[in-house]
Design a protein around this ligand. Structure first.
Ligand code: AMP
Ligand code: GLY
Length: 431
């Protein structure tokens, strides 16, 4: 369909966002503001997304069928369908889809592939060795005089990384991944790499296979408890921009890591189109890649999209078509945004579900509640996952955005609501 405003003809499309988390709600929310988009569908979506389609993210044929019948431009949120080749499959059917191909998604789907790629292309990362034999891995540990991180090769829902404080912990990690196979086949091979102690930031760029434009900087909070205590989670809160990534550091990351990754992929015959997320550790002012993700971060996406002063759909189209450099530099609101993840007590282990959530009607105008693990039943919103909501607020400073996000978060309640109380605090110490 198309309509005419003045002399400009705007082509209107539908969009299908694949996924069900806070990231996908944020993408749907942002895309639905585009005048070029008629309806944003989300598959399978959650209690906060509109126009939900009852298809799971791994039903690639079903999703393609839906996209075809409803004239959709598809946007993929999570890594699993990308690793399974959803983009290749849609492309074969001439359906427009934003995200990296299966080959390009190896940057996330195989940590070993990614480490070898970085090594041969001189992209800064922790030194490492690869093992499939537990005995050889143990012998290797004996030869080291520094702490290590033990990582399962494949996708393990963010849990296959064990940061070790001693040799004993490293030995136990080898047992867990390689011998007990706690993460199944994802742990057939492991990486043992040097632990880099520094400060972490998320650096996310959007690429068309040739150039990559940076998104606003952000920082996640991966551990479950305040002051980065307790086990790793999918992310308990994020804010943007982060003062940790100043202009000098941003330039270093963009040149030494992002541009180099995109160009090296291209040289190896793989065009990387989509969001490229580098998890960065900064030590003595130098950035190292801890991991690549081939998608937006969750929860980083929530504060980042809230600061976008541009039509994200235009950039998605340009990414697919390989002409990002023809678009203007994206504009960002000159404000901070903070996302507090409200989780169910017990996450990342077991937690109760189906608890009724209230308070949505009391959220102030400068805040937005992105849903993640929720579902709608009749007119009620029920908890349906570990990370339940991402309450996201703008503020003129990081300080005021933190205050706004926490005061909005307080309006929301359910019996087993839990959140960290220190989201953004690390950023404040850099101001
Ligand atoms: P990953 O999934 O590879 O990003 O790892 C999860 C988390 O483990 C990261 O966010 C870091 O906090 C930590 N981590 C991973 N690799 C290293 C490393 N080489 N040194 C220190 N911490 C690490
Ligand atoms: N927030 C971390 C991730 O999206 O992987």
């Amino acid at each position: 369909m198309d309509y005419i405003i003045g002399i400009t003809r705007i082509f209107v499309v539908n969009v299908l966002v694949v996924g069900s988390g806070g990231r996908e709600h944020a993408l749907s929310w942002k895309l639905s503001q585009s005048p070029k988009i008629e309806t944003v569908f989300t598959a399978p979506g959650n209690g906060g997304t509109k126009n939900n389609v009852d298809l799971s993210v791994d039903d690639i044929d079903g999703l393609a069928d839906f996209a075809q019948k409803n004239d959709c431009f598809t946007v993929v949120g999570p890594e699993a369908p990308l690793a399974a080749g959803i983009v290749d499959s849609f492309n074969q059917k001439n359906l427009k889809i934003f995200g990296p191909s299966k080959n390009a998604a190896q940057l996330e789907s195989s940590k070993i592939w990614a480490k070898n790629f970085m090594k041969r292309n001189d992209i800064p990362t922790a030194r490492f060795e690869i093992f499939e034999d537990a005995k050889k891995a143990q012998e290797y540990l004996d030869s080291l005089d520094y702490n290590v991180v033990v990582k399962a090769d494949g996708l393990a829902a963010g849990k296959g990384v064990i940061v070790c404080n001693s040799k004993e912990e490293a030995l136990a990690a080898i047992q867990t991944i390689l011998v007990k196979k706690t993460f199944g086949d994802a742990g057939n091979r492991i990486i043992i790499e040097e632990r880099i102690d520094g400060i972490e930031a998320s650096y996310i760029a959007l690429s068309d296979g040739d150039v990559a434009i940076p998104m606003a900087s952000s920082q996640d909070h991966k551990r479950i408890f305040d002051d980065d205590k307790g086990p790793n989670t999918g992310g308990m809160g994020a804010y943007s921009p982060t003062p940790i990534v100043d202009e000098i550091l941003a330039k270093k990351i963009q040149e030494k890591i992002i541009n180099k990754t995109i160009q090296s992929m291209k040289n190896e015959g793989i065009l990387f189109k989509g969001f490229l997320y580098a998890g960065i550790m900064i030590r003595d002012g130098e950035p190292y890649v801890l991991e690549y993700n081939v998608r937006m971060g969750d929860p980083e996406c929530q504060p980042i999209t809230m600061r976008m002063d541009f039509d994200l759909y235009d950039y998605f189209v340009a990414s697919i078509e390989g002409n990002l450099s023809s678009l203007p530099k994206p504009l960002w609101k000159n404000q901070s945004a903070v996302c507090i993840v409200l989780a169910s007590e017990g996450y990342p282990e077991s937690y109760p579900k189906n608890e009724e959530i209230s308070g949505f009607d009391q959220i102030p105008a400068d805040s937005y509640v992105f849903h993640a693990g929720t579902k709608k039943q009749e007119n009620k919103i029920l908890s349906n996952g570990g990370r339940v909501l991402g309450v996201t607020a703008l503020g003129d400073t990081l300080h005021s955005a933190i205050d706004n996000a926490y005061s909005a978060s307080e309006k929301i309640s359910w019996p087993h609501k839990f959140c960290r109380k220190d989201i953004g605090k690390k950023g404040l110490s850099y101001l």
